[in-house]
Ligand binder design. Sequence first.
Ligand code: T46
Length: 385
Amino acid sequence: MKNQLRYGKLKYISFVLLNLLCLAGANMLAAWVYMNTHNTRRHRYSYADHWSIVVFMLVIDVFITIAFNTLNRVLMRRALKELVESIKHVALSFVLLALVLFTTKLGADYSRFTVYLAYIIDLILLVGTHIAWKELLRRLLKRGRTPTALLMTTDKFLDEGIDTLTKSGVDVRAIFLLKAGKGQSRDDIDEVQTEDEATACICWTPLDRVYIYGLDHQMIPEKLKHACEEMGVAIDFVDFEYRILELKTVANEDPKYGALSFLEGKRDIPFPIRRVYWITQTEADQHRGFHAHKQNCQLLFCPHGKIDIILDDGSNEKKTVTLDGPRKGLLLMPGLWREMVWRESGSVLCVLASEYYDEKEYIRNYDEFIAYRNRETLPRGDGMT
Ligand code: T46
């Protein structure tokens, strides 16, 4: 995250300055009100004291802002949270100032009324300007720029994801990579590795969108979703309908010992595995399937034999993927109509699924499927790739 702090500090400074402005303005107003309502005691009012208190208040404000970090995640705070944080901020600085005022001679000369009033006005200005400024700052940071994005993907689909987004005119500012071991990464784009880093990136970087590529929605961390919601950053899926995967295989030097293929949870499968099932003892030329899933993501493979998977996205064009060995996997996202044809008797079809079995999640009628495709904005790019 090379650039994250740069943006962060900039935004942070703008809020520190706002705080100071609010406090200075509040103090002026309070003094003005005081002078116009306490004419008889005007002679007791010392400008020198006034200014020393103003300076003191401002120093306290900077101290609170930095030391107690009251502006932490200020861009993420909603109105109510903003109010609570501002009350905390004002109360703290009031207590600090009160401690000094009431133990020095200043307390006698300078009206406490002015101090109370200054803090009340400060609180109102603080909440009002912060809320307005947050919105304005977000707009200013986004104005006239190429749309910027954080791309969440796995290292398997990284280059593909960046290419797809770049071609559509999106500037990929950062990547949140779910790494499969050593994995690839990119030197030219900042990389976040933890949920916290990704959340911070959303708060501090002027992003327009988070794009998810090749991952199921269940892989998006709650924290990230929440941050996007708070920051008004949309989450979009740039996805594919299916992918043919080469499954990791360890072949023995002596072929008579065979080969071992394997799949590893998050590393190879972009969804949480909730179910595993397999179809056996099917005779050649038998057809199964004829349905689509609304939510279920799957990884299909055929460790033994040969099976054709015919995929239909509701357009006229159908695609056939032949699973004919243990090294080949087919990653299927929801929303595709499929038909399986057994090309060899006894071929075995194994499936890893993201959902528990739920008949309501199936679409088994083709007309319904077409209506579903037309109705639903599927969370992915257009068509089968
Ligand atoms: C898919 C293709 C590749 C269960 O009770 N639990 C289960 O987990 C599954 C998968 C099925 N069933 C029942 C439902 C039916 O009464 O088993 C029966 C046969 O299922 P279905 O006709 O859906 O089988 P296929 O071969 O047409 O489809 C299966 C999967 O259902 C489907 O998700 O994508 O394999």
